[in-house]
Design a binder for this molecule. Structure first.
Ligand SMILES: NC(=O)c1ccc[n+]([C@@H]2O[C@H](COP(=O)([O-])OP(=O)(O)OC[C@H]3O[C@@H](n4cnc5c(N)ncnc54)[C@H](OP(=O)(O)O)[C@@H]3O)[C@@H](O)[C@H]2O)c1
Length: 302
């Protein structure tokens, strides 16, 4: 079994790779894996202190100094616009975008833009940032987009009257619904990008001990954190999607890690999976796309 976190396939030298939510957890480990493969890595973080310490950690662990910090709070659409605009102006090319940032909110909180926070960060930031960077991804083609989702999307329903928990809010349901939206988005984007040389897939990394569970009860936390995998193992499948020539050209797919516990090592082979039946409904995907365009002020996306 290959250790995908350590190395697989060839070098990513001269490849421009961006990872959102790279200050901790799975995102930091994905960024480390890319840096180890000699990529030029851009870490998108909201906090400069946490961002700098992740940058330092990745440079030290990988021996690759070509690791750069970009600051943006992805719950704020204007910051996403500035991030994308600066990146386009300074670099203009991107070979890999990993939309990884995520939160689980203990209660319903609205962002500056008036969007429910979980929906804004876990889904809408992926939609907006990706669309704004499509020019760079086209310039870098063949290029890849990897979106982080969760197998918990199967518990959710895309109720358009309660997309942002307007009628009822639960931390788990808000999270599952946002990640369900990520799956719909991935499939719709793959259809829209057919023939462009840009592939887009989504992945559930499996349950990993990380800060994202900080709103769970202490008992659940203590119990699960003892059993859950570490972030390094959680990064294995996303890294496989990002780096392996085995999945070259594959687009519009959902991948899932089935090993959730520490006791088994991750075998990333054969992990392409079926998402919930509802996610294959094109009409729902198109409706979500339209709503997302409206919520982000994007018009005429691909
Ligand atoms: N852990 C699991 O069991 C699991 C399972 C399935 C899917 N996932 C997915 O994997 C991804 C990574 O999660 P994780 O477990 O590694 O959690 P994590 O350690 O909490 O990492 C989340 C990352 O997102 C960043 N983030 C949160 N809000 C942000 C914002 N407004 N702007 C910019 N960055 C923001 C965090 O930054 P700060 O350091 O500033 O908070 C952090 O870097 C998420 O999309 C999650 O849904 C995780």
């Amino acid at each position: 079994m290959t250790d995908y976190a350590q190395g697989e396939d060839g070098s990513l030298k001269n490849r421009y790779c961006m990872v959102t939510g790279a200050s901790s957890g799975i995102g930091r480990e994905i960024a480390l894996g890319l840096a180890r493969r000699e990529a030029r890595v851009f870490l998108v973080c909201r906090d400069s202190g946490r961002g700098r310490s992740a940058q330092e950690y990745i440079r030290q662990q990988s021996g690759n100094n070509d690791v750069h910090l970009l600051l943006a709070d992805l719950s704020v659409q204007n910051q996403i616009r500035i991030l994308a605009m600066d990146f386009m102006q300074q670099h203009g090319v991107l070979h890999l975008l990993v939309n990884n940032a995520g939160v689980i909110m203990g209660k319903r909180v609205l962002t500056e833009d008036g969007i429910e926070m979980t929906f804004a960060v876990d889904y809408l930031s992926y939609f907006l940032l990706t669309n704004l960077l499509l020019g760079a991804l086209r310039a870098g083609a063949p290029s890849k987009i990897v979106n982080m989702t969760t197998s918990l999307h199967r518990l959710a329903k895309l109720d358009f009257d309660n997309l942002q928990g307007e009628k009822s809010f639960g931390r788990q349901s808000a999270y599952a619904r946002s990640k369900l939206a990520v799956v719909f988005f991935t499939y719709e984007l793959a259809r829209r990008l057919e023939g462009s040389g840009i592939t887009v897939n989504c992945v559930c990394p499996g349950a990993c001990s990380s800060a994202i569970w900080s709103h769970s009860s202490r008992t659940i936390n203590a119990f699960f954190h003892a059993l859950m995998k570490g972030s390094e193992e959680g990064a294995a499948l996303p890294l496989h999607l990002a780096c392996s020539s085995e999945i070259e050209g594959l687009t519009g797919c959902y991948f899932e890690t089935r090993q959730h516990l520490r006791i088994s090592r991750v075998n990333v082979k054969g992990t392409e999976s079926k998402s919930s039946r509802a996610t294959y409904d094109r009409k729902t995907a198109a409706r979500l796309w339209e709503i997302s365009e409206r919520l982000t002020g994007l018009a005429g996306a691909p």
